[in-house]
Design a protein around this ligand. Structure first.
Ligand code: BJW
Length: 237
């Protein structure tokens, strides 16, 4: 069985990583134009570094751990007869820490930095600043967070489109469906005749496009859904 899973901020919410939209969301305290666009970074790199430094420190500080939803997806990927394509909008490393081997981070990774001078992408766990030195080319004032801001091209779209077109099921977990192109994946699935399942706390912008929507916490609903899939595999074989 070929399954494509798209995850968003909601899957990491129960791990203590804030979502973007909503009353306690990251965008309540920050202007998107200032911290999540290339123009904002060009205007005030220190402000953007501070925004990501804070989030990176929280991720590496020991208080944020994968939850049952991350672990259930890792279990699904390891199951015989299941081919899982896991694409996440999240920049945290919680899928990997839960044991998922192959994860496509379409909006980049918080624990990597990218050199705007030589193009190198390097692991990065410390604070970034204008004084940070690129380990690849030795330049200063050239490193940026390895993330995808508004107006930039997300990673792996061709690969994702191909995986969706040959999938038996498309599943969206913990995303508001407000940001494209991820919000269009359910339409890509529909066009290919692939059924869609949504698991989300609230109704999303794309809820009506899914074959089935389940409302609730990812930490509870994802393990339940994975058990259903694995029980179905057992019944078949
Ligand atoms: C739970 C839960 C629990 C809570 N259990 N659930 C006009 C129309 C259409 C498109 C555009 C337009 N104008 C501009 C665009 C394009 C633009 C865009 O989409 N803008 C919209 C705002 C309209 N997109 C882009 O610019 C993208 N690039 C692009 O389009 O390139 C050109 C292109 C052309 C053609 C094809 C392909 C490409 C780039 C987008 C980059 C987004 N970057 C960010 C920041 C990344 C770095 C960082 O983390 O700081 O990505 S923005 C932010 O939003 C982040 C997220 O990945 C993304 C999505 O957020 P997500 O994950 O959905 O979180 P929330 O908070 O919105 O929702 C959480 C959900 O979880 C909620 O529904 C809760 O109910 C739920 N939840 N707790 C289950 N316990």
């Amino acid at each position: 069985m070929r399954i494509v899973v798209l995850t968003g901020a909601g899957i990491s919410a129960e791990s203590g990583v804030p979502v973007f939209r909503g009353s306690d969301g990251l965008w309540e305290g920050h202007r998107v134009e200032d911290v999540a666009t290339p123009e904002g970074f060009a205007r005030d790199p220190q402000q953007v570094h501070a925004f990501y430094n804070g989030r990176r420190a929280k991720l590496t500080g020991g208080a944020v751990e994968p939850n049952d939803a991350h672990r259930a997806l890792a279990k699904l990927a390891a199951a015989p007869g299941v081919e899982l394509f896991l694409v996440t909008q999240n920049i945290d490393d919680l899928h990997e820490r839960a044991g998922s081997g192959e994860v496509l981070h379409m909006h980049g990774e918080l624990l990597k930095a990218r050199c705007q001078s030589c193009g190198a992408v390097v692991p990065w766990r410390e604070d970034l600043s204008r004084a940070s030195v690129c380990p690849a080319c030795g330049e200063i004032d050239c490193l940026r967070p390895h993330v995808v801001w508004f107006g930039e091209m997300p990673f792996g779209l061709d690969e994702t489109a191909a995986a969706i077109s040959r999938a038996d099921l498309f599943v969206s977990i913990g995303t508001s469906g407000r940001v494209y192109p991820a919000a269009a994946f359910v339409s890509w699935a529909r066009e290919a005749g692939v059924p869609g399942l949504e698991i989300n706390l609230d109704e999303s912008d794309g809820s009506s496009l899914f074959t089935e929507s389940r409302r609730g916490r990812a930490g509870e609903l994802v393990p339940r859904w994975v058990d259903e899939v694995l029980a179905g595999r057992k019944d078949q074989g």
